[in-house]
Design a protein around this ligand. Structure first.
Ligand code: NAP
Length: 305
């Protein structure tokens, strides 16, 4: 059961049905995502398809918001009745300063990706953790975890590692100071979380039950790159699950190589859908149409190639 916005229904009137012809009318309400840039966001694709499937008179829009305008934008969006927002790069941490309150999970992760308007102000939480866990089920419970990269997404992955009762969480980064800061930055000391630089990989790989790529190696300009080499992948136990947070290309070079070696793989699309579904459930207080959202993204990504 997801967290609910602490004052559900204060600002969201979910009984509203759309006009018969699907037109935007004076009653249509707004949800959206704030980021800079935000044009690449796939959230409008999956959320608008979900809202249509649920027959709700809402639209979900991308709002480009510069860092210097964050406070003004949040106040303005609240003033025009936007009841729920997603938050993406670069605002996931900066938004904390503009919240009335946040969930214990978001406090632990130190980043917020979902906002809900209450009569006291914006309330924030983090649905990336639930999104990461969504495709795993019981698969990774109790497995030692190896996390490649120590940026924003790695924070949600480490928090998820706690939920999975991972006996050890090894976090690897290319900058020793950043890794140390990452490990020390948690509000409460996290038992079992250890930081390393990439040189430690040969010792870490044979012990991993779940390997997670949180670096951008494998996407965009680094599309042909992989954070792990053939040799690295061969050092992993045969029972390992290789999880890449990247969702385009599908598969990434890392997952292609892992599959060729017969290793189990997971890409980032289910996480993307999972974090969006959890956000929608928080806003609506009802189940999100996960299959509709997944199909919307798969179609969109296939057309984009
Ligand atoms: P981020 O905060 O910028 O963190 C990226 C991390 O990767 C940092 O630790 C960075 O190290 C490291 N890194 C970057 N380039 C590297 C390289 N060439 N070699 C080794 N390490 C490198 O980004 P993020 O927000 O965590 O996102 C990371 C990835 O996760 C992206 O690919 C993003 O698309 C994906 N993601 C997916 C989902 C989903 O729903 N599936 C959700 C969130 C993120 P430095 O700090 O030293 O630069």
């Amino acid at each position: 059961m997801p967290l609910l916005c602490p004052l559900p229904g204060q600002s969201l009137q979910w009984g509203t049905t759309p006009a018969k012809d699907g037109m935007i009318t004076g009653r249509t309400k707004l949800l959206g995502v704030i980021g800079d840039p935000v044009g690449h966001s796939l959230s409008p694709v999956m959320h608008n398809r979900a809202l249509a499937a649920l027959e709700l008179d809402y639209r979900y829009l991308p709002f480009p918001v510069k860092p210097a305008d964050l406070g003004t934008a949040l106040a303005g969006l609240a003033a025009v009745g936007v009841g729920g927002l997603n938050v993406t790069i670069p605002h996931k941490v900066a938004v904390l300063a503009h919240l009335h309150d946040l969930s214990p999970l978001a406090r632990q992760v130190g980043a917020v990706n979902t906002l809900c308007w209450t009569d006291q102000g914006w309330w924030g939480t983090n649905t990336d953790v639930a999104g990461f866990l969504a495709p795993l089920g019981q698969r990774a419970v109790g497995q030692p975890m190896l996390v490649l990269g120590c940026g924003g997404a790695a924070r949600a992955v480490v928090a998820a590692g706690r939920e999975l009762d991972c006996p050890a969480i090894h976090v690897v980064g290319r900058d020793a100071a950043k890794v140390a800061a990452f490990v020390e930055s948690w509000p409460q000391p996290l038992a079992g979380v250890q930081g390393h630089t990439w040189e430690a990989l040969p010792q870490l790989l044979p012990t991993a039950g779940l390997v997670v790529n949180t670096t951008p190696l494998g996407m965009g300009a680094a599309r042909d790159a992989s954070p792990l080499s053939w040799e690295d992948l061969q050092a992993l136990p045969a029972s390992v699950l290789v999880y890449d947070l990247i969702y385009t290309p599908r598969p990434t070079r890392l997952l292609q190589m892992a599959a060729q070696l017969g290793l189990e793989t997971q890409d980032g699309l289910a996480m993307l859908v999972g974090q969006g579904a959890e956000a929608l459930e928080i806003w609506l207080g009802r189940p999100a149409p996960v299959a509709v959202m997944t199909a919307a993204l798969e179609t969109h990504l296939a057309q984009a190639i």
